[in-house]
Design a binder for this molecule. Structure first.
Ligand SMILES: Cc1cc2nc3c(=O)[nH]c(=O)nc-3n(C[C@H](O)[C@H](O)[C@H](O)COP(=O)(O)OP(=O)(O)OC[C@H]3O[C@@H](n4cnc5c(N)ncnc54)[C@H](O)[C@@H]3O)c2cc1C
Length: 454
């Protein structure tokens, strides 16, 4: 029974975890004063859809703004102070000090419970410093507006994207669809190297097919600056890429400036340490989202999972508990999917390199099958791979490439991992079959049979 009246629950950060925490805190304890602070003007933006705004598949910019300060107050009964930056936390006095950007003045807010949802920031390239006009990151709605504005107001033909992880690839596809000439530069051998080798190779073929130039093993490059813009990327002694716009997508890192300066405990990943209740090393301060580290279900070790689905879920738990409830956020199976052109790519759990790094005694099986019956022209070849522990069939990881149906396969494997259902049980599923949507023998069934034969 929750009985904490009139307390101030303050949330810092208003994108995914923050609004989720704020709304849940208010629902849990309607008599509390819940206030959400956000540095940006926008709150609650659908960041994951930014690449589709860039490609033009989503036409209206406003479609990505899920709530305004006003609608969040009306619908969730939470006060929003956007355009404010929290500068400092005084844990002894239980106060935060913030800059009201609109009125350019410093203010103080008292808290009973504080929830830090400060998220993440894009990793920067040390070499590229200063305020270069044609260098961008796609992280926030505002960053999208800057890119779009530059594309509209400048002559841009050649674009270099640095980093071929999932965001780099989604952006490459988006700009390719808008007929820009796209170069994709990656420091490793393959794109999407955190996924599966087969996925990387299929992506590589697809990039070539679409006319996106891929440059591997680009560890260092030099560049020329003209009129505060990077014009040429010199990637080797012989090769130089003329560039009108550069987009850096080399990953993200937890944004814990506030947590660090207020001496909250930070983990090895740089993420804020929280317990199952999403409580930090200070019992009055909770945290959720891209700024925290959470436990990997398979390894049982702290890990960093910067995904919206997780930010939303752990925000919900942090909000409930800050308002007096007692929910737990359990460990997580990393389950990532992306759609690249017409391929859907899924990675669940650990990849082969990680499995080997942790020293598991493992077995692997793979399968290739069409996703529809023979008479449908749009059928696609799908690929699946599963890794499990030799001694007990515990699933360590899986990857899928194919049509949209592979997302469901990934979710099923994630469920099996989380519920300790072994890979030898894959043939225990009664799969449905309808010719237009599935093959007669489901790919998971094929994997299951292979596992039982060995
Ligand atoms: C292009 C792109 C595509 C993505 N695609 C997917 C996807 O397909 N699936 C998926 O699950 N995830 C995806 N993600 C990741 C997902 O967007 C993040 O995991 C999610 O946004 C994390 O939410 P968050 O609230 O924890 O952090 P953030 O989104 O980083 O938000 C933190 C907020 O805190 C504010 N803030 C920080 N410090 C302060 C301060 N001192 N004072 C006031 N405000 C502050 C920031 O302004 C920011 O708005 C994608 C991300 C990007 C950029």
């Amino acid at each position: 029974m929750v009985n904490i009246n009139g307390q101030n629950i303050i949330i810092v950060g208003g994108n995914v975890a923050g609004p989720s925490a704020a709304a849940k805190a208010k629902r849990t304890n309607p008599s509390s004063n819940v206030i959400l602070f956000e540095e940006d003007i926008f709150i609650s933006t659908a960041s994951c859809q930014l690449p589709y705004l860039l490609s033009g598949e989503i036409e209206q910019h406003d479609d990505l703004i899920l709530y305004s300060a006003e609608s969040f107050l009306n619908e969730k009964n939470v006060i929003v102070k956007n355009n404010t930056i929290i500068k400092e936390i005084n844990r002894r006095k239980r106060e935060i000090y913030y800059l009201d950007k609109e009125n350019d003045c410093q203010k103080i807010q008292k808290y009973d419970k504080l929830i830090l949802c400060t998220g993440s920031t894009s990793k920067k390239i040390g070499l590229i410093t200063g305020n270069l006009k044609n260098v961008f990151y796609l992280k926030t709605f505002k960053s999208f507006l800057s890119i779009n504005n530059y594309l509209k107001t400048n002559y841009v033909k050649n674009i270099s994207i640095i980093g071929a992880g999932y965001i780099g690839l989604e952006v490459a596809e988006a700009l390719n669809k808008r007929n820009y000439s796209v170069n994709l530069l990656e420091k490793r051998d393959f794109p999407l190297s955190e996924f599966d080798e087969t996925a990387s190779k299929i992506v590589l073929e697809q990039l070539a097919e679409k006319g996106i130039s891929f440059y591997s093993n680009i560890e260092n490059f030099h560049f020329d600056i003209e009129e505060n813009c990077i014009k040429n990327l010199r990637i080797s002694n012989q090769e130089s890429l003329h560039t009108d716009l550069i987009l850096i997508a080399i990953g993200i890192e937890p944004n814990n400036i506030l947590a660090t300066s207020s001496k909250l405990e930070i983990g090895k990943s740089g993420g804020l340490k929280v317990d199952k209740k999403m409580c930090t090393s200070d019992t009055r301060i909770f945290a959720a989202g891209d700024n925290v580290e959470i436990t990997n279900f398979i390894t049982n070790k702290p890990d960093y999972f910067p995904f919206a689905s997780i930010a939303h879920d752990c925000g919900h738990v942090a909000g409930a508990n800050a308002a007096g409830n007692n929910l737990s956020f359990t460990s997580v199976v990393k389950n990532v999917s992306l759609k690249l052109f017409d391929n859907c790519i899924v990675k669940v759990g650990l990849n082969q390199n990680e499995i080997m790094m942790y020293g598991y005694n493992f077995k692997m099986h793979d399968a290739v099958e069409y996703n529809k019956s023979k008479n449908f022209n749009d059928r696609k070849l799908c690929y699946a791979k599963i890794f499990y522990q030799r001694e007990n069939y515990k699933i360590l990881g899986a990857s899928f490439i194919g049509g949209d149906e592979v997302v469901g396969m990934g979710n099923l494997i994630s469920f099996m991992i989380k519920n300790n259902i072994g890979a030898n049980k894959l043939t225990n599923i009664n799969f449905s079959y309808t010719p237009k949507l599935s093959s007669m023998i489901n790919m998971l069934e094929i994997l299951g049979r292979k596992i039982l034969q060995n």
